[in-house]
Design a protein around this ligand. Structure first.
Ligand code: SAM
Length: 188
């Protein structure tokens, strides 16, 4: 039985459209999709000294490279925020299958609308423009001593406490000169 070439062409075009959507859909929000390499994930969580008492916010959680590692290996509570619906669905599936669903909270939406006050650690692999827009939010909302680890891009205007050139990971602490607003409620 031969397949109509039109059908093959349609299938190929649909596949290309799905992949293009998956990769490019979130460009408008601050970063396209690229999973954080395993070595960089490890460096981010290690440099930030993530542990069971931490609440880690992964901004743009993708398909969960940081989220699930932080919860499973470092025993942290993790909030993964992702704007792109297909990746968010993948995150939900991974959480359902994973061994520690209670440590992983997922939110579908824009991280610029998030309240950062409960976070003790923020992880980010975003574009420079997004880091620039996030800086005033970090300064206004993150608690004293909160760590921010960024793969690839600096926070311009902050001095990195450490930089790992092997994995291109920057570690920051919220500067003490920036006073956070008081926590008055949960972030739900
Ligand atoms: C470079 S990927 C990082 C993936 C992930 N952190 C990881 O560890 O593999 C950036 C992700 O951020 C998401 N994103 C971009 N802007 C966003 C926004 N404003 N709010 C929520 N997610 C966003 C994108 O959809 C993409 O999945």
């Amino acid at each position: 039985m031969s397949v109509d070439p039109i059908v093959i062409l349609a299938v190929v075009l649909v596949a290309i459209a799905v992949v293009a959507y998956f990769v490019f859909a979130s460009f408008a929000f601050g970063a396209g999709y690229q999973p954080t390499p395993r070595r960089s994930v490890e460096a981010m969580l290690r440099l930030a000294e993530v542990g069971p008492n931490d609440t880690v916010y992964d901004l743009g959680a993708g398909t969960g490279a940081i989220v699930f590692r932080a919860a499973r290996v470092y025993r942290a509570h993790v909030l993964g925020v992702e704007v792109e619906p297909i990746r968010f669905l993948i995150l939900k599936l991974r959480r359902a299958m994973g061994p520690f669903p209670d440590r992983v909270e997922l939110r579908w939406g824009n991280f610029f609308a998030l309240d950062f006050r409960p976070a003790t650690v923020v992880t980010a692999f975003l574009w420079p423009g997004a880091m620039e827009r996030l800086r005033p939010k970090f300064e206004a909302e993150l608690p004293r001593g909160a760590r921010v680890v960024s793969h690839c891009h600096e926070i311009v205007g902050w001095r990195a406490q450490a930089y790992d050139p092997e994995t291109d990971v920057y570690l920051y602490r919220r500067p003490s000169t920036a006073a956070p607003s008081t926590v008055t409620s949960g972030d739900d």
